[in-house]
Design a protein around this ligand. Structure first.
Ligand code: AKG
Ligand code: FE2
Length: 321
């Protein structure tokens, strides 16, 4: 692993001076698209419980995990990604979840509404309750960060709270367990280089390094910088949708995970409602700076990405658009 650590701004969510936070966030998003958030109100005790549940799940016998297996989403899968460029398969296993709406919700049967294949309560009694609570915490945190983003982009603080944006936010989760399978092959990839699709990603890890970002993917050679874990903080990164909406001002930066030692991470992808339109925010365009990307329905935006990745053949009914 290269030794260079990325220097990232830290946003203190308990700071009442939102303009100060917005200035820090704006600089971070224009530079690397990655920053830390601290004092977010989610307790260390609860995060320990979330990771303890994850460890219990991944430690289950193979046949138990295979009961909730899904080649795509949601559910369990292993060694999921194959990199054509380097001929490498990623090392690890993953459990993917959708933000589950109550069965009575009119959108519960729609794509990204749920339900998830939950591990059996006999085997992991606290799993579902912990994960549903985590989903709620993430939506709240995502909306709090979106208020600072709105100020940074010179629109009203509640801009993203519109019903077609995060007012009816969706969220989607990757629980990653990076672990070596087969012959020892040091420094291989845990997650291939990619950008995230949605508005923001909120990442929690078990304090083991591995995540790297590349600010200029076209550079030769590419420079990968380590995003080091910061105790008690979440790492937040900008997704493709916000790059689109901010007219390229905020960057959806390519990142990857190097596999060095066993590691757990939990990524939450915060998305607008499928009905929403991903379009240039009014304050991000002018006569000199016209929109670089056309308006597109959120649903179509996601479908296009899946199609480009070749995932559309394999997406399960739950996330099929
Ligand atoms: O494990 C990590 O640090 C990052 C995972 C990630 O990038 C993802 O799940 O999209
Ligand atoms: Fe990612």
């Amino acid at each position: 692993m290269e030794d260079h650590a990325a220097v990232l701004n830290t946003i203190d969510l308990s700071n009442h001076d939102i303009r100060q936070s917005a200035a820090l966030l704006k600089k971070a998003c224009a530079d690397s698209g990655f920053f830390y958030v601290i004092k977010h109100g989610i307790s260390e005790e609860f995060m320990n419980e979330v990771f303890s549940q994850a460890k219990k799940f991944f430690a289950l016998p193979e046949n138990e995990k295979m009961k909730v297996a899904c080649k795509n989403s949601p559910g369990y899968a292993k060694n999921l990604y194959f990199d054509q460029e380097t001929n490498q398969r990623s090392h690890g296993e993953i459990f993917r979840m959708i933000h589950e709406l109550p069965g009575s919700d009119q959108d519960a049967q729609k794509p990204f509404g749920g339900p998830n294949p939950w591990p059996s309560a006999d085997v992991l009694p606290a799993w579902k309750e912990t994960m549903l609570k985590y989903q709620q915490e993430m939506i709240n945190l995502g909306k709090a960060v979106a208020r600072i983003i709105a100020v940074a982009l010179d629109v009203n603080e509640d801009f993203f709270d519109q019903p077609n944006l995060l007012g009816n936010a969706l969220s989607y989760y990757n629980f990653n367990h990076y672990v070596q399978y087969g012959a020892s092959n040091k420094y291989t990839l845990g997650t291939l280089a990619h950008s995230d699709i949605f508005i923001i990603t909120i990442l929690a890890t078990n304090d083991v390094p591995g995540l790297q970002i590349c600010k200029n993917i076209d550079a030769n050679p590419r420079v990968w910088e380590n995003v080091l874990p910061l105790k008690g903080a979440f790492v937040i990164n900008i997704g493709d949708m916000l790059q689109w909406m901010s007219n390229g001002l905020f960057r959806s930066t390519k990142h990857r995970v190097l596999f060095r030692e066993e590691r757990y991470s939990l990524a939450c992808f915060v998305s607008p409602s499928l009905e929403g339109t991903i379009e240039c925010i009014p304050s991000c365009k002018s006569a000199e700076n016209p929109p670089k990307y056309p308006p597109i329905k959120c649903e179509k935006f996601i479908a296009n990405v899946y199609k480009k990745r070749g995932d559309d053949q394999n997406i399960s009914d739950h996330t099929k658009l």
